[in-house]
Design a protein around this ligand. Structure first.
Ligand code: SF4
Ligand code: SF4
Length: 152
């Protein structure tokens, strides 16, 4: 999975919103926060369920007090956040513009790869080596299917 490198951390305005409504599916152990993540036991132990719709439970973190984090030992999921171009950001998050740009970069790459696959497909019957390239391209597109890459 693509990760943002050298993430700048100065976009956070410390509103605390990303810690007060965390979407979790406890049945599948998945949380929708920094992209689609596996819910670790450490992170799970910090959560306080607040509301529920279907299979998603919205949780607050027990360490969030007056919109501030009071956890001296934040787990990696927190110190890295947001570290994915598919991070779920609450409205007003200082990273909105930055994550939008990262997200667009991935989408543009996927669209370009799809165009190339179409182009290569016309030559497949004669050039076997091209199939290998198409498979690599498709693997990249598949990597983002849970975020909707087939429709980009
Ligand atoms: S929602 Fe964004 S701006 Fe607010 S605390 Fe979280 S990362 Fe910082
Ligand atoms: S530990 Fe801190 S940063 Fe992590 S979810 Fe809780 S309040 Fe937010």
């Amino acid at each position: 999975m693509y990760k943002i490198k050298n993430m700048e951390k100065n976009f956070c305005n410390k509103c605390g919103k990303c810690c007060e409504k965390i979407a979790v599916d406890f049945n599948t152990n998945v949380m929708y926060r920094d992209g689609i993540q596996v819910l670790s036991p450490t992170f799970s132990s910090m959560l306080i369920p607040v509301s529920r719709t279907k299979n998603i439970t919205f949780c607050s973190c027990k360490f969030l007090i007056n919109n501030l984090c009071t956890n001296p030992e934040k787990p990696k999921e927190c110190s890295d956040y947001p570290n994915s171009p598919f991070a779920f950001l609450p409205e007003g998050c200082g990273y909105e513009g930055y994550i939008f740009m990262q997200n667009e970069r991935i989408k543009q790459k996927v669209r370009k790869l799809k165009e190339e696959i179409l182009d290569y497909s016309t030559k497949l019957s004669t050039e076997k080596e091209l199939k290998k390239i198409i498979d690599h391209h498709q693997a990249f597109i598949d990597k983002y299917k849970q975020y909707g890459s087939y429709d980009w």
